[in-house]
Design a protein around this ligand. Structure first.
Ligand code: DX5
Ligand code: ZN
Length: 213
């Protein structure tokens, strides 16, 4: 699978979000990664579906929506209505993971599952046929700018082996820079989320290119 870059708007200038998304689009971002935090599942708050809906008209690139909210099922329709293309829920944030994935699929969107660093990949075993994307957190979710947790490379490799010939994307999120990107791609990841590394300098195109390796 070709490597895709999903810049996280968590590191964007929140006062200029529309403009920032247009800049990411022009810079060659494959997905726009939208980090939704509830101050409960994770110790930080970001934005909800109304803000995302306002951003939708600024790009045609897929919105890759990372829901760090608990409970989650009741809000999935709002994010789909606001323009989500991929909706990812945390395995730790839903009591009925299979049901959450069916909610997403019933709305015609791609369904993702995210795992915190301490969560084993075994929770995926019985939902693989319902999943389009697996998001491996390589930091504890909640904040940008944290250091990559190296133990997650092995998890990526194990997931790659588990999925076999299924067309499931493996995405990694947290502490991605050109060096950790290379390690994750080698282990089997094909979508790299990056906040700090993309927004580090004004040349977003060069920063995205550097991650592709
Ligand atoms: C963290 C978010 C990430 C975050 C990554 O909870 O899910 O998407 O923006 O930021 P960096 O790339 O700075 O680690
Ligand atoms: Zn994220």
């Amino acid at each position: 699978m070709p490597v895709k870059i999903a810049p996280s708007i968590l590191s964007a200038d929140f006062a200029r979000l529309g403009e920032e998304i247009r800049a990411l689009d022009a810079a060659g971002a494959d997905y726009i990664h939208v980090d939704v935090m509830d101050g409960h599942f994770v110790p930080n708050l970001t934005f909800g579906a109304p803000v995302m809906k306002a951003l939708r008209r600024h790009t045609a690139r897929p919105f890759d929506v990372h829901l760090m909210i608990e409970p989650v099922d009741f809000l999935i329709p709002a994010f789909v209505e606001a323009g989500a293309d991929i909706v990812t829920v945390h395995a730790e944030a839903t009591r009925h993971l299979d049901r959450s994935l069916q909610v997403i699929k019933s709305l015609g969107k791609k369904a993702g599952v995210s795992l915190n660093p301490a969560t084993p990949e075994s929770v995926l075993a019985y939902v693989l046929d319902a999943v389009d994307l697996i998001l491996v957190m390589s930091v504890n979710p909640g904040f940008g700018g944290q250091s990559f947790i190296a133990s997650q490379v092995e998890k990526i490799a194990r997931i790659k082996a588990m999925i076999g010939s299924r067309a499931i994307e493996i995405e990694v999120d947290g502490g991605i820079n050109p060096s950790t990107a290379k390690t994750c791609i080698a282990a089997g990841a094909n979508v790299l989320v990056a906040g700090s590394a993309v927004f580090a300098t004004p040349d977003y195109a060069a920063n995205i290119q550097a991650l592709r390796g």
